[in-house]
Design a protein around this ligand. Sequence first.
Ligand SMILES: *Cc1c(COP(=O)(O)O)cnc(C)c1O
Length: 341
Amino acid sequence: MEKKNLDWGNLGFEYIPTDQRYVSKYRHGAWDDGAMTADATVQMSECAGVLQYCQACFEGLKAYTTEDGHIVTFRPDLNAERMEASCKRLEMPVFPKERFIDAVEKVVKGNAAYVPPFGSGATMYIRPFMYANGPVIGVAPAEEYEFRAFATPVGPYFKGGAKPLTIRISDFDRAAPHGTGNIKAGLNYAMSLHAIVDAHKQGFDENMYLDPATRTKVEETGGANFLFVTKDNTVVTPKSDSILPSITRRSLMIVAEKYLGLKVEQREVYLDEVKDFAECGLCGTAAVISPVGKIVDHGKEICMPSGMTEMGPVTKKLYDTLTGIQMGEIEAPEGWIHVIE
Ligand SMILES: *Cc1c(COP(=O)(O)O)cnc(C)c1O
């Protein structure tokens, strides 16, 4: 198969329409058979549930070319399960897990020419999503939905090495206790945009959100979970019902324990103890781990001992091991690598 002539190493994280996407429609209480289409646009009622009451959720995962030339995805079953949880919370119909995985496979196969080659540092990002396209004016779940999945090639996240981030404690909250913080809903992002635009204006890369009830515990950023490393090499991640369950973070905790032999803890993490950690990173599909060098709490700086020039040593080992697993260079735990072709 002939690859597209793209400058893989210099791609950014931007939407580049590819040849084919998957669409399935939900009407009269059932999903249709679904099909691939070349049409990258959607058409819907002006009164669609997604436009009026924000009934939409999404997923994000990647396809990689491994060292031996296969195209694979990483744990797509967990994306399917997470979307199921999102749909249930938003009163949307569930798109069955097998069909979700099949849609991901079809989108990757249909756009295989856009899957970046091994060693380029680039990957293919897949965006499955669902939205209410049926009309609703009285507040209620819509009766019609669309599940779609498209793919877009994205560049290496860290061009010229991972530079540690400077983040601030946000005065805005991300997710209320018992709210929607634990599902991947677009509405969680809509209300984080002001906070991130303001953070950037003030010279910060990201916001650290605290638990809204007490504002003493670390939650996550707008789109990534926290992972900390203690001075005696225990990997710690915050526990809270309003954190989005990152697949990258869950995988890294297993890598830490099973591959690196480190102690791991998922527990409440108090802002007060952040100054005592040795390393801090943000986990998500896009970057795997972005190191955090500095956390600013209203002018008071917490400087991580790992510094502002490179990833901390444990973060680096976690990063190298997980990306090695994803690229087929390190043997994966059973079921993590889903071979597409
Ligand atoms: C998607 C997302 C993450 C990262 O999850 P991954 O499955 O690792 O990509 C973290 N936090 C939020 C709020 C997210 O939406």
